[in-house]
Design a protein around this ligand. Structure first.
Ligand SMILES: Cc1cc2nc3c(=O)[nH]c(=O)nc-3n(C[C@H](O)[C@H](O)[C@H](O)COP(=O)(O)O)c2cc1C
Length: 131
């Protein structure tokens, strides 16, 4: 079993700031070592990240991410156990969101809880791993 999480947060730094580069570099190395895969999206001021891996590893990673001062208003939107990974091959992918994708994700997060699954699929499509 693999646990998947999807959370959103607000960045303290503007898009293009070196802090994203630092986060990614660290994430790619750490995640590879710990068997974590996923994808980080951002628009002007928001992050949306999917993480997947063994449950204990993911829960302790999420605790650290939650305490990270580079972002705030962190909201865990989804956590579920699945049989296999969706983001195999991505120790941590990264993309900045087009305004249309950002709008679609915002609508999903504003909707009923099941709409988050649409958001999850959308992240997969942006990452090129589904649909
Ligand atoms: C938006 C965001 C996404 C992050 N994603 C990851 C991640 O996928 N993996 C990771 O190890 N750290 C990630 N971090 C960094 C962690 O918050 C934390 O700095 C790091 O895990 C500390 O690792 P260490 O205790 O091994 O030094 C992220 C931070 C932010 C702000």
């Amino acid at each position: 079993m693999i646990t998947q999480m999807l959370y959103t947060s607000l960045s303290r730094h503007p898009r293009g700031h070196s802090s994203d580069f630092d986060i990614l570099q660290h994430a790619m190395q750490n995640n590879r070592d710990r068997g974590v895969t996923g994808y980080l999206l951002r628009d002007t001021d928001r992050f949306c990240q999917v993480l997947e891996g063994p449950r204990e590893v993911l829960e302790s990673l999420y605790e650290r991410i939650h305490l990270d001062p580079r972002h705030y208003q962190i909201v865990l939107r989804m956590q579920r156990d699945v049989a296999e990974r969706s983001f195999l091959g991505w120790s941590m992918g990264y993309a900045t969101l087009s305004s249309s994708d950002a709008a679609i994700l915002s609508r999903c997060f504003a909707g009923p809880p099941r709409a988050v699954l649409l958001a999850f699929d959308r992240v997969g499509r942006i990452a090129g791993v589904s649909g």
